[in-house]
Design a protein. Structure first.
Lengths: 292, 215
């Protein structure tokens, strides 16, 4: 966060519901270390983009969490119902389904939301922008479970309804992020690009989109984290995923099943958020960094 | 039975659910606001502590709501307790973050002036800093409320109160003629509640934001 001077004053680089700190468990490390380095080193030497602590802390926490869970399960006294719910590779299957739901839905969210955001900021469609934003804000008030249930009734149970629901739920925040970010681009830069004779397409692909990379990556992260969460609801429409373990645990009152499903979901969500935060730091154009 | 007939027939049950939904969200928001502002006030002076507070609350937000509720059930049981704990935890992040941002954004010369006319530390906080930081905090409360509306619906699966029950009843009777009516009534009810709350916050903002800093 601290090495991007644009982000604090820039609306929409992260949605309000999105975790803002990139480290997911390493409080204030980058800022503290960056300022230290800025004092001790000449200005030309850049601080490393990824600090050692950021790279290791969260995976370490996750490994400990999963290890503790595993040890607890080895000594746990499982009855027939719990064993049934967890045997025969069902946990692995639920995890795989969950990852698939997340990846597929995130892909479609990006393919839909980012081009749509670019389109809505073009002069020809600019008037539709406020309408789309108002629509997006109302959509935010729609409960995910209600949307998913309506889709299940409409499309029938199964993975399609779950995927459509997850995608529809995440398109709105990524779309409003994209619009807000593209609008926040310095108009003088676009003016300058047009002034040196760039075509509208050239301005878009060579100036606007590169400047919007942090924002697009923030969108990817938002979508991924949201989708891991919404994918737990897929089970209510017969779409599989880790939600199956949680709901089985609640309906049969078998705490081990419930806890295992919950812990795996939490671990997956934190892991995905961590991976996305690394991508955010590593893929940001060098030119957008402080001191460049 | 079409949707309007359904609403007419079940309006007592629906109003009851809507009332419980709104009251659960409202009470948890009050709780989250008090805790969030306290955390914000306690940490905004130190970059390290406020970073820790923001990161901690944002980690909670990363956790999918069904999983958090699942983890709470073995600890506090089914029904109202996991709903209240989950809703309050999820409501914290926007409030803590906006509270820290708002308090940091207060012009230091104003605080200095307050100190100069002899205000105590507490009086400075309550009469100068918090009123000036109130608009961003109120925005945080609005964002939290919108989010909690949807999460409260999911909490109904752990026997929580509210309109989520209507949605889950519909899901449980898929194929029956009333399934669509039930899901639609629950979903639209939550949207209406969310919009009503939002309108109420606009009004609260008009009434409580100090005249001097009103836009």
């Amino acid at each position: 966060m601290s090495d991007d001077p644009r982000s604090p004053g820039r609306p929409g680089t992260s949605t309000d519901t999105e975790p803002e700190d990139t480290s997911g468990g390493t409080p204030g490390d980058t800022s503290a270390e960056d300022t230290e380095m800025a004092e001790t080193r000449p200005a030309a030497a850049r601080p490393p983009r990824v600090t050692w602590r950021k790279l290791t802390l969260l995976p370490a926490v996750l490994v400990v969490l999963l290890l503790v869970t595993w040890l607890w399960f080895r000594q746990a006294d499982l009855d027939a119902i719990s064993r049934n719910a967890l045997s025969g590779g069902q946990v692995a299957k639920a995890l795989r389904q969950h990852v698939e739901l997340t990846v597929i839905s995130t892909f479609f969210v990006l393919v839909i939301a980012i081009p749509l955001g670019v389109l809505l900021t073009r002069p020809a469609f600019r008037r539709a922008g406020p309408v789309a934003m108002a629509f997006a804000n109302t959509g935010q008030a729609t409960p995910a479970i209600g949307l998913l249930s309506l889709l299940v009734i409409w499309l029938g149970t199964g993975r399609t309804a779950a995927l459509v629901g997850i995608i529809a739920y995440a398109v709105l925040p990524v779309l409003s992020n994209t619009i807000a970010g593209l609008k926040a681009n310095d108009p003088t830069l676009l003016e300058a690009a047009r002034g040196i004779g760039m075509s509208p397409a050239g301005v878009l692909t060579r100036v606007e989109l590169p400047l919007a990379v942090p924002l697009i990556l923030a969108g990817v992260r938002t979508a991924l984290v949201l989708n891991v969460g919404t994918a737990t609801l897929a089970t209510f429409g017969g779409g599989g995923g880790l939600g199956v373990l949680i709901t089985t645990g609640i309906t049969n009152q078998r705490m081990p099943v419930l806890v295992l499903g919950s812990i795996l979901t939490v671990a997956l969500a934190l892991l995905v958020d961590w991976l996305a935060s690394l991508a955010e730091v590593l893929l940001r154009p060098r030119g957008l960094e402080a001191g460049a | 039975m079409d949707f309007w007939e359904y609403l007419g027939n079940r309006h007592e049950q629906l109003l009851m659910d809507a009332w419980q939904h709104a009251s659960a969200v409202f009470q948890c928001m009050v709780l989250a606001t008090v805790i969030g502002v306290l955390i914000g006030v306690a940490t905004y002076h130190s970059g390290w502590a406020s970073g820790l507070a923001t990161t901690g609350t944002s980690v909670i937000l990363t956790i999918p709501s069904l999983a958090l509720i699942g983890l709470l059930v073995p600890m506090v049981g089914l029904g109202v307790p996991p709903t209240v704990v989950a809703l309050t935890l999820y409501g914290l992040l926007p409030i803590v973050r906006n509270c820290v941002v708002g308090l940091r954004g207060v012009d230091p010369s104003l605080v200095d002036a307050a100190k100069g006319i002899g205000m105590s530390r507490l009086a400075r906080l309550v009469r100068v800093e918090l009123p000036l930081a109130w608009p961003p905090i109120l925005t945080g409360i609005r964002v939290s409320t919108q989010m909690l509306m949807g999460i409260a619906a999911i909490a109904a699966y752990a026997s929580g109160p509210g309109l989520g029950n209507e949605i889950f009843r519909g899901l449980g009777s898929l194929g029956s003629s009333n399934a669509l009516n039930q899901v639609l009534a629950g979903t639209l009810g939550i949207i209406v509640l969310a919009l009503l709350f939002d309108a109420a916050y606009v009004l609260v903002g008009r009434l409580t934001i100090p005249r001097g800093i009103r836009a």
